[in-house]
Write a protein that binds this ligand. Structure first.
Ligand code: ZN
Length: 246
């Protein structure tokens, strides 16, 4: 039988970070989404800013998974790095996927959905799109306290509750390998200064960066929520900047 050719990730606008992990910088807010591919399961890291963007990601990840290393053909798990609209509002289109977030995020996504809707509109999302996405938000199936190992088949990703910092519910994802990849959410930002909004825990943020460094080590590729991938040295410098936030 003829082997299905693997889809070219770069042609789809994705950046391959390791043999089984890649990411795309979404238009609009330059928000990163990640994809981690195991033999039996595929993990999406963050889900876009609207239901339309989520649906586009669902179709695109199906193409990326076609002919990939395993038998998995669609996203089976979704990890939400934190409850900001540009990272979570597309999550509900991944209906059968198991969704993970840091402990406490469920209340922000449900009781706090009006705030998320308003924030999306403030940032330029069409009011109808924001309302529909906010209405569809649900608590993750699993809230992670400490860390959780997720066996994707031939690859065990680690979800770690590394916050608080950028928000009160920050989750990072470690993909072990050569190189190891750490999806940092907005605890790390390359394209601008770290954004400390009203829900940030500025005094505790530097310790979240320490936990990211502990997770990935000196040689990992660190993927910020916005901007180009960085190394451990960049995180150490950003930790100094964060130490000045009050
Ligand atoms: Zn954010």
């Amino acid at each position: 039988m003829r082997r299905t050719e693997e889809t070219d990730w770069a042609a789809e606008g994705w950046e391959r970070l390791a043999p089984r992990a890649g990411r795309r910088r979404l238009p609009g807010w330059d928000c990163t989404v990640g994809l981690v591919v195991g033999d039996r399961a595929a993990l999406l890291v963050d889900a876009g800013s609207t239901l339309r963007e989520g649906a586009e990601l669902r179709e695109q990840t199906r193409r990326l998974l076609r002919g990939g290393p395993g038998r998995v053909r669609e996203v089976t798990h979704v990890a939400l790095t934190h409850a900001h609209f540009d990272h979570v509002m597309g999550a509900s289109v991944f209906g059968t996927a198991r969704v993970y977030g840091a402990a406490g995020i469920g209340a922000v996504l449900t009781a706090g959905r009006e705030e998320l809707r308003a924030d999306a509109v403030r940032h330029g999302v069409a009011p109808d799109d924001a309302a529909r996405a906010a209405e569809a938000l649900a608590s993750p199936g699993v809230e992670v306290t400490g860390s959780l190992s997720l066996d994707l088949g031939g690859l065990v990703a680690v979800l770690a509750d590394v916050g608080p910092g950028h928000t009160r519910n920050d989750l990072a994802v470690l993909v072990p390998g050569e190189p190891a990849v750490v999806f940092c959410g907005d605890l790390v930002e390359e394209s601008g200064e770290p954004q400390a909004g009203p829900d940030a825990e500025a005094l505790r943020w530097p310790f979240a960066v320490d936990r990211l460094l502990g997770l990935g080590g000196a040689g990992a590729v660190y993927v910020p929520g916005h901007g180009a991938v960085v190394d451990a040295g960049f995180l150490r410098e950003q930790r100094v900047v964060l130490g000045r936030l009050r």
